[in-house]
Design a protein around this ligand. Sequence first.
Ligand code: SAM
Length: 243
Amino acid sequence: MNPSGGWVWHWHAWRHQHAWQESVLQLGQWLEETPTSSKELLLIGASAGWMMPSAWLQRFEKVTTFDIDIFAAPLFRRRHGPALQASGTQLRCHTSDALTHLQTVLRAHRRAAVLFDNVLGQVRFHHPTVDEASQRIETITKALRGRSWGSIHDAYSGKVVPSPRPRPLPSRLKTLQTPHHVSDSARMASPDFAEFGKQLQPQGEWLDHLTANVFPEGTPVHHIAWPYSRAYCHWLQAGWVAA
Ligand SMILES: C[S@@+](CC[C@H](N)C(=O)[O-])C[C@H]1O[C@@H](n2cnc3c(N)ncnc32)[C@H](O)[C@@H]1O
């Protein structure tokens, strides 16, 4: 059983496309601003690209996706294939564990910009302990030194005051990655964070996805709300690290 993908995820994503529109729009705006001039993209944790605008993928000459989910490749091709064919973008979809074999995957795509597409926040569900998950994330970010790479990932998630209809989302917030020694509570106490968090209307304690130190200090980090369901919300972070 894949704890972060599989048919349950695809069913949920398909049913919530409308409710996720605003988050997808904010992600698309961030993607358009990413400073990558690479002609090739490596997309890790691509799934079916439910939250990925085809228009951004069309800027590349070649897009290579990786996901461990057997449904991901055929669904990604179905959702994005026609647009990529129209732009002459070559598409290759692989079903394999690109995080465990990251060094090999990076070596095979030396010129590609790398995007972790909502996968680093899922690492904790694929490891038995929080320590192992944190170590895996650290190993991944170290392997990326010298590459142009970005990540969209869950920072936190949790229950929100249930709403019968889609609620207005906070606007995308931009901050700079704080030094890694700054504690999570100190980070959360900053006025920007506190205000963004308040607008999500959280209830109870939220889950920490262990991604607080994914980006090097000083990286611009964009915060985007993702109303996963009427009663559960994710706080996404997106950032790009130049080569
Ligand atoms: C939240 S979903 C990604 C959503 C996707 N970016 C979209 O727009 O639809 C997380 C994905 O990461 C994949 N995944 C988890 N661990 C992985 C690994 N080690 N290598 C490749 N993909 C992985 C899961 O199978 C799942 O499809």
